[in-house]
Write a protein that binds this ligand. Structure first.
Ligand code: NAP
Length: 256
């Protein structure tokens, strides 16, 4: 008996087995869910291979969250496998590491900032709305953030995009709440994924977490974050929306 027994969940943003989305898909399957995963572009082939490493090989859908045609086609693509969705996971972000991250804040060009905002923040709304026709009251959307309440070394414009994501999730919670759809985020500590490794200087954050997180922090263990995502998708948070749950070893609660 798992906390997601009988639930149908789409996890968007799985590339490698290091992806937070992969760990989420794994925990969701272990907890009884039927899982679909998605990715886009050239990495789709990698995702299809990596999908075989899950306990059950899930369908892999193509979804670029900035492509209106992909978003419009998503409900039918999902219906080829399941007749609705109880949960949607947004595990997606992108910011050009050459121009926006690693100390480039003051020179970041607007076109790249706009792309980062589109892929990393606006897309939570796009994905939720694309999936809405499939979702009944009681279903949930969960996204992943990196605490955007302060500035960080290296994170630069991705931090601004995460602030946008956090606000987007609160507005989505406001607008989708009356339809019984919950929208929440998990704020994870630094994890060694492809996205994180692409950020020049991200190891500075690792060092801070090692010395300050009260519970300690294992930056190669995606499972605690995945478990929190699955808990938020389960029936154990029926009255929670617009929330950000920290899975960071307690780092956010320490001043120094
Ligand atoms: P990841 O494995 O690289 O996952 C990010 C995913 O986003 C990849 O599958 C990537 O696909 C996908 N993506 C990028 N642009 C897309 C688009 N236009 N349409 C659809 N998918 C797109 O890295 P991750 O660390 O697991 O990231 C997952 C989420 O967790 C992100 O929101 C990230 O900001 C957040 N997060 C990460 C950390 C951390 O330390 N790693 C901490 C807190 C929060 P490609 O690989 O094909 O580009």
């Amino acid at each position: 008996m798992g906390i997601l027994d009988g639930k149908r969940i789409l996890v968007a943003g799985v590339t490698m087995d290091s992806s937070i989305g992969f760990a989420t898909a794994k925990v969701a399957q272990e907890q009884g869910a039927t899982v679909l995963i998605s990715n886009f572009g050239r990495a789709l082939g990698i995702t299809k291979r990596i999908a075989r490493r899950l306990p059950e090989t899930p369908p892999v859908l193509e979804l670029d969250v900035t492509d209106p045609d992909h978003l419009a086609a998503l409900p039918d693509a999902v219906r080829e496998h399941v007749d609705g969705l109880d949960g949607v996971v947004h595990s997606i972000a992108y910011g050009n590491p050459e121009t926006l991250l690693g100390g480039k804040f003051l020179d970041g060009p607007w076109d790249d900032v706009a792309q980062a905002m589109h892929v990393s923040a606006y897309s939570l709304k796009s994905l939720a709305m694309a999936c809405k026709p499939l979702m009944a009251p009681g279903s949930g959307v969960v996204g992943l953030t990196f605490d955007a309440t302060t500035s960080w070394p290296a994170y630069d414009w991705m931090g601004v995009a995460k602030a946008g994501l956090e606000s987007t999730s609160r507005y989505l919670a406001r607008y989708l709440g009356p339809e019984g759809i919950r929208v929440n985020l998990v704020s994870a500590g630094p994890l060694k994924t492809i996205a994180a490794k692409a950020i020049p200087g991200f190891e500075e954050l690792d060092d801070m977490w090692s010395s300050r997180a009260p519970l300690g922090w294992d930056n190669s263990d995606q499972e605690p974050t995945a478990r929190a995502v699955c808990a938020l998708l389960s029936d154990f948070f029926p009255a929670t929306t617009g929330e950000i749950v920290h899975v960071d070893g307690g780092f956010h609660a320490t001043g120094a």
